[in-house]
Write a protein that binds this ligand. Sequence first.
Ligand SMILES: *Cc1c(COP(=O)(O)O)cnc(C)c1O
Length: 357
Amino acid sequence: MKKIIQELNPYIPEKPLQQLQEELGLEKIVRLSANENPYGTSPKVKEAILNWNYDLSNRYPDSSAQELRNLVAEKFSLDPSQIVFGVGLDEVIVMLSRVFLQPGDEELVSVPTFSEYALHAEIEEAVIKEVATKENGQIDFSALLKNITAKTKLVWLCNPNNPTGTYETVSSIEEFVKQVPKETMVLVDEAYIDFVTEENPTTAMNLTKKYPNIVVMRTFSKAYGLANFRVGYAVFSNQIAGEVQKVRLPYNVSSIAQTAAIAAFKDQSFVDEVVAKNAIERAKYEELFQKLGLKFYHSQANFIFFKADSAQELAQVLLKNGYLIRTGLRPSWLRLSIGTPDDNLKIQKIITDFLVS
Ligand SMILES: *Cc1c(COP(=O)(O)O)cnc(C)c1O
């Protein structure tokens, strides 16, 4: 076995809700620890799944996901061949690490951020260099630039960043890419970009036509509410996309997942509604945290990262009341996915009572 695998700390996935409910003896748990969509998915998805041709079960899926590819390409004015699909954005992270990293190469990450970037770099036996975000949670682009060496193959930018929720403008990303050596790939994870309401346009996708060393990633798991179907993708410059296709497993995205993603993608009004509701609810949390004097990062995502004394205790109190939130990302800090208005109201009361009592 590779030595690195024996030493590796794996990603710890969420427990099945049913199991957790039984363990805790609760009738209901609302999971607000994984940034899932509390409003479900588009009703059009259910219709499409029920109409899916079951007789295709013994046939391999369309390897190129042609219909979904064309829809995405059209919406974002891309060449369809720029897109590579994955079993969630997670698999795209694996593919990129596999393609670009050799043992001893360096990868730069702005921290705190999504742990999978470093995990897969470790598996490829690359060296991970961490650069702290600025005080306000924003990416410190000039510190990243200073840390790029001839060995740096990948720089990860999560935008908006998980867990801080902070957003970087397209122009600041372009300004950064311009100064990065051509041999260093800049990877922009836009898992939460749909939730940004402060800026328009928000995506860095079009930079892929100008700079061969930028990659932009998306997922259907968050704003589209399709976490269970596992569909994500990356947009590359035309030069790079074909190379990455070589490592993709030929039938990675099932037909039923493609069908679900197509239906969800066509129903942009569902996404628009989710985004609007999320923005209203997110503002209420910021208002509350301000009132309570809690430290938090200004979020443009569907979660908020905040600091509380006795954070573990607060998380336990929330859990006893049926709300599971994310602990363990940073001492005294908690990440809470924005829920439905009804749940948020209850959570805000629990937090207030906990802190004021
Ligand atoms: C949720 C998440 C992903 C993973 O998305 P999937 O498509 O469900 O694999 C990727 N990046 C970030 C930052 C995330 O939070």
